[in-house]
Design a protein. Sequence first.
Length: 326
Amino acid sequence: MSVVDVGVIGLGAMGADHVRSLVEHVPHARVTAVFDPVPERAAAVAAAVGARVVATDEEVVAAPDVQAVVVTSPDHTHARLTLACIAAGKPVLCEKPLGTGPEESAQVVAAEAAAGRRLVTVGFMRRFDPGYLELRDAVRGGLVGDPLVVHNVHRNAAAHPDATSEGVVTNSMVHELDVLPWLTGLPVTALDVRAPHSEGLREPQLATVVLGDGEVLATVEVFPNARYGYDVRCEVVGTSGTVSLRPPARLDVALDGRAGPAVPADFRSRFADAYRAELAAWAAAAADGGATGASALDGHRANLAAAAGVESLRTGRTVTVAADPA
């Protein structure tokens, strides 16, 4: 397999982890150029892996020694940089969300279609998680009969300092809004998102999600400040049984700061294997000039569903998801 030269934009916690994973776990990838708006951070990451620092994010895309790009910069840069990669003909792994809303992600879908080949992978890493893959195989293989209800839990120990009530939907719940169609084969068609009345961040949020014509219903609880750890669960109830994805548990009670070893501290440790598998699969596809995993259209559909969820949270009504271009 040929080696692909990768540029990485954004070197915060996730970007730095991606650089390390590419260097340590993906032998067919080589990190050649990096950018971060904090020069000291960029210099430290680059020195550790033998890459060079460039002056701007779009210079990474244009660099002749970069064949493919990983975008882990802030959300408002995602669509712009992904569009630049498409224009340059370079495969791109863009962390979710694919733009700040459906308007931006629609531009990405249209640009990729005009380019005539797939270049975009959206970083929905759960599609590469061993547990979620086993769960999907079980559901799609008919283990529990026809799926009827899917229950999802998504809790963080502490919210990001910049978290907003709308962002709980667009930046956290969006994972479930991608995974539900991937698990069931049915699109998200309507959402009803509620939260307790509270000042500041509205949490926890509880969504009722309609899939298809109502053949499957789902619940999604997202709790950014659950305090005890990072906890992701999923159960699919079908006509002949149930199958669950749960943390390895010896734990019945999880309290403030005392989750115990069964619950990871954060998303990076919980999904470390998924991120590595995602990067390896993406690099292999990028070496051939293509993409894998969640597509630009998948990212756009998740954004459409998230937009409906934000409107539901604001209005207190069930909101139908707008039609996508496919």
